[in-house]
Design a protein around this ligand. Sequence first.
Ligand SMILES: *[C@@H]1O[C@H](CO)[C@@H](O)[C@H](O)[C@H]1NC(C)=O
Length: 225
Amino acid sequence: MQRVHLLLSFVILALASSFASASDPDPVQDFCVAINDIKTGLFVNGKFCKDPKLANAGDFFFSGLDKPGNTSNPVGSKVTPVAVTEIPGLNTLGISLARIDFAPYGLNPPHTHPRATEILVVVEGTLEVGFVSSNQDNNRLFTKILNKGDVFVFPVGMIHFQLNKAHYNALAFAGLSSQNPGVITIANAVFGSNPRINPDVLTKAFQVGKDVIDYLEKQFWYDNN
Ligand SMILES: *[C@@H]1O[C@H](CO)[C@@H](O)[C@H](O)[C@H]1NC(C)=O
């Protein structure tokens, strides 16, 4: 009996210490600058919570994902997110969804989700998809041609893309492991930042002349999200 008690207290101690050493919760927005006056606050790592007694089915509902996104744009793709902005009931739940429409040869350009792993299923058409691993892994490209019913995973933070390979539309749905995955489209962030990044940074980073950087910065970097 004594030994069982001892064992039990060990287990409880081990559990307690593992809780104590747990890290801070992951942020669910780009940043959350601390303030002292709560009246001027907006977010509490996510959104404020409604009184649970006032919650209703509508808080967990979204309609319209049957409608194709408008792909008449420079990249020929459109992402329709269904995240915490669209479904407030997703707050703190760490999951969301997106519909991605592709015009013929349309591209969902290289981008990263800072807060989510993505799992994508092709419902119509053929997509060439891929992600690139980190510098430490020598920036390896992991790529596949996906047909209807095929599924691919883009690990959190990895730069990834989807290209419609065909002369007809493609359609995919994606699950994401955040209520607010965030999107950073590489070209938009680098060449379309506001205000622009000092060209000295970009000429050296990309090892090209200022004329090339000027040219790239003059492009219209469409945001398909
Ligand atoms: C799609 O977007 C284009 C470009 O903005 C616009 O001209 C067109 O009217 C839109 N189509 C629909 C059906 O909304």
